[in-house]
Design a binder for this molecule. Structure first.
Ligand code: ADP
Ligand code: MG
Length: 729
């Protein structure tokens, strides 16, 4: 008998099971039935694919129009060209030394591959094909809604489909397999949801788009409820575990910071600061998200909160996403505190504290010294990267953790932090990327938001334009002329590239924190432009005579730091860099940024990058250089980024573009959140309703004793040590 935990090796062949596990993370029957189609192929849809782009990996449905096999001219072997079409759309398939036996004119089939371009026409080289005919796929074909599954190199959509047939042969099989429904009957009744078995069956075998919509709605509930129960239980657990109150004290470091500030706080900074001071003064651990536009002055808000904690005898840690930024923060805070930040040194103020920089790449002796200061408590303010969380760093008394510019900082990381102190510390997460409400309710669970709306007075602002080099090559010359003009006026410039260069292996956009790049890379596209190449070309070409320097993640921390300093000291005119400068870097004299291959960056990355040139009193200019046609979806996206600096609008755009991959059926494996269908963009109401139901369930039925199916689903999501807190609840 099959059940959901049956390993796939018992269902499909060992080779297929192995490939499914390795390439799609599908291990059990449960994983397989939850491997949903990314879309459904229907006749007539190929015309919709006219805006497919080179590099997209897709599966299309079409009819064979021509087949032509001939010997190759310059090599041995033959070349087969097949044209498939559907309505107005058509596409060329090429096969070398191979002819798919059943590809005959008139046959319908599914074709999967990576899109490339040939004489202006879209083509697939060596696509995977599945010819449809009466004998093999009669029933699917008749319904005319063919599920297209996220596929991988050796597991095609139709292999997934055939495997599913073995476990979900008919609706009865689905009922038997899936009779344990995590959504309690009461919740289903209140929200008009079909049973799980029916929804899963329909999702894989819909007859109409309405079937899909109804199944999706029900399955989204599944995801939302399990997630919200998880979060609600976590909130309870956190509430049961008090932290330490760190009330504000007069006459200490906090007052000294205020006195040392070279500017007056904005009203917003003052109000937010007040709210934080109150919450940090309570025993209940604070969990706050501080949103504030790029340049709104979040750092000083954080510093004031950290000083309050130091005054109360605790330590504060400031986590930056990159080493460059951590070094800059340590330097900035050190400079502001002066002798107050050097307690214990000859010129230090004994009433002050120490600001200690602790990054993963400190040399052994420096690292030992830093670790000792952190462990004995003499370091009141510890600045580092996120590595601080994962490495064996002991704090004497960690009272506050500030996480800078990290919108990916979720619940799990916070849990890890809690374990760092004897009692859970207060937590402040800061981001310039606004978090839509749904994300705040899910990824962040229980994080409440504070917003800094106002920018300090006298900011120049930033304007952006797209430079479509394929269509308007002269605009790029104009861009470099603008850079020269700014430099001539005493300003500085950034040029950002997706890649470092000089190394075959580094093919993707660089991120310092090891996060996956937001843009898919495929071998069919030319490699992204590289810092080293671009810097050289500029220095000997359009920017000859200017002082050009490079900055990227392969430099040692000392080199990076030295180059940032040189740039800040205006000893460098143009800094050609990777996204190591993405967040937080603060050089107000830099006014132009040219982003090369801008289409290779995500929306929020571009917004962050652009923030680097909006920091002074001079107006900033950001030029997004791209080869993407202005009419393509990528070109449109860039134009939208250029058109607005409204962080909330950009956050929406960011969410939308991430869904784009799903629409085209790009490979997408289930992520650990267990969220596959739920859209943070479109399902706000559903998520809010699930949150209410989750709270009610836990209110009356702690431990979910009456709902074992739901409890099991929650436990599965939080498998392993992550379930601890659930039991405590
Ligand atoms: P972000 O919110 O993007 O992290 P920062 O904290 O880096 O912004 O601040 C941007 C710049 O504005 C810094 O140079 C900082 O010193 C300056 N700044 C912060 N607050 C004020 C203020 N109230 N008045 C003037 N300048 C300020
Ligand atoms: Mg900042």
């Amino acid at each position: 008998m099959l059940d959901l935990d049956t390993p796939l090796g018992k269902v499909v062949g060992t080779r297929t099971a192995k490939a499914m596990a390795e390439e799609l993370s599908l291990h059990t029957v449960r994983d397989l039935v939850r491997h949903y189609p990314s879309r459904y192929a229907r006749r007539g849809e190929m015309t919709r694919f006219t805006d497919l782009e080179v590099g997209d990996r897709v599966t299309v449905l079409g009819q064979v129009r021509t087949v032509d096999t001939r010997p190759m001219r310059n090599r041995r072997g033959s070349l087969t060209e097949v044209t498939v079409g559907d309505g107005d759309g058509s596409m060329r398939l090429v096969f070398f030394n191979h002819r798919h036996a059943r590809l005959e004119v008139g046959a319908w089939g599914l074709f999967a591959g990576t899109v490339s371009s040939w004489h202006g026409q879209l083509q697939f080289s060596h696509p995977d094909c599945q010819v449809l005919d009466d004998s093999t796929d009669a029933d699917e074909w008749a319904t005319a809604m063919l599920p297209i599954y996220p596929a991988s190199k050796s597991v095609s959509s139709w292999v997934v489909q055939k495997s599913l047939k073995l476990v979900l042969g008919d609706p009865g099989a689905a009922d038997a397999l899936l009779d344990a429904d995590p959504v309690p009957p009461g919740v289903r009744a209140r929200h008009g949801l079909m049973p799980l078995a029916r929804a899963i069956w329909l999702k894989h075998h819909p007859e109409t788009p309405e079937d899909v919509a109804r199944a999706d709605h029900r399955l989204k509930w599944d995801e939302a409820l399990v997630l919200q129960v998880t979060l609600a239980a976590r909130r309870r657990a956190a509430a049961l575990e008090p932290g330490i109150a760190r009330p504000r004290r007069a006459g200490g470091l906090a007052d000294a910071v205020d006195a040392a500030l070279p500017f007056a706080l904005t009203d917003g900074q003052r109000e937010v600061g007040e709210a934080l001071a109150v919450e940090i003064g309570r025993e209940q651990p604070m969990h706050r998200l501080l949103q504030g536009e790029v340049g709104s002055g979040k750092t000083v808000v954080a510093l004031r909160a950290m000083a309050q904690v130091v005054d109360a005898g605790g330590q504060a840690a400031l986590l930056a996403p990159t080493e460059v930024l951590a070094a800059q923060h340590a330097r900035g805070i050190g400079a502001l505190l002066g002798p107050l930040g050097r307690a214990g040194e000859i010129d230090g103020d004994p009433d002050g504290t120490r600001v200690t920089l602790l990054t993963g790449s400190l040399r052994a002796a420096a690292r030992r010294a830093a670790l000792a200061e952190v462990a004995d408590g003499s370091a009141g303010i510890v600045v580092g990267t996120h590595a601080l969380l994962s490495e064996g760093v002991d704090f004497a008394d960690l009272g506050l953790v500030v996480v800078d510019e990290q919108h990916r900082f979720g619940v799990e990381q916070r849990d890890r932090l809690r374990a760092k102190g004897t009692r859970p510390p207060h937590v402040l997460v800061m981001t310039a990327t606004p978090i839509p409400r749904t994300v705040a309710m899910t990824v962040y669970g229980d994080l409440e938001t504070l917003t800094l709306r106002q920018l300090p007075a006298g900011r120049g602002g930033v304007s952006s334009s797209v430079v479509p080099v394929a269509e308007k090559p002269a605009w790029l010359d104009r861009a470099w002329a603008r850079v020269r003009e700014e430099v001539a006026a005493g300003r500085q410039a950034y040029v950002v590239c997706p890649r470092i260069g000089d190394d075959e292996k580094d093919a993707g956009p660089e991120t310092d924190d090891g996060a996956p790049p937001e843009t898919a890379q495929t071998s069919d596209r030319r490699p992204p432009l590289a810092v080293l190449d671009v810097a050289e070309a500029l220095a000997s070409g359009p920017l000859a005579g200017l002082r050009v320097e490079v900055l990227h993640g392969r430099l040692t921390p000392e080199e990076k730091d030295a180059r940032m300093r040189a740039f800040a000291a205006r000893e460098v005119d143009v800094l050609v860099a990777t996204t190591v400068i993405e967040v937080g870097v603060d050089v107000p004299n830099a006014t132009v940024m040219v982003v090369m291959d801008a289409d290779r960056f995500g929306v929020s990355q571009l917004h962050q990058l652009r923030g680097r040139v909006a920091r002074g009193k001079h107006p900033g200019l950001c030029l997004l250089v791209s080869e993407a046609p202005t009419s393509s979806s990528t070109g449109t996206r860039l134009a939208q980024v250029a058109a607005t600096t409204d962080g909330f609008e950009l956050a929406r755009l960011d969410l939308e573009t991430r869904r784009e991959g799903d629409v085209l059926g790009a490979a997408q494996s289930g992520r650990r959140s267990g969220v596959k269908l739920l859209s943070l963009l479109h399902d706000e109401e559903l998520i809010a309703a699930a949150r209410t139901e989750a709270a009610a369930l836990l209110e009356t039925d702690l431990g979910l004793a009456a709902h074992p199916e739901l409890a099991a689903a929650v436990a599965a999501l939080n498998a392993g040590d992550r379930a601890d807190w659930l039991e405590r609840a």
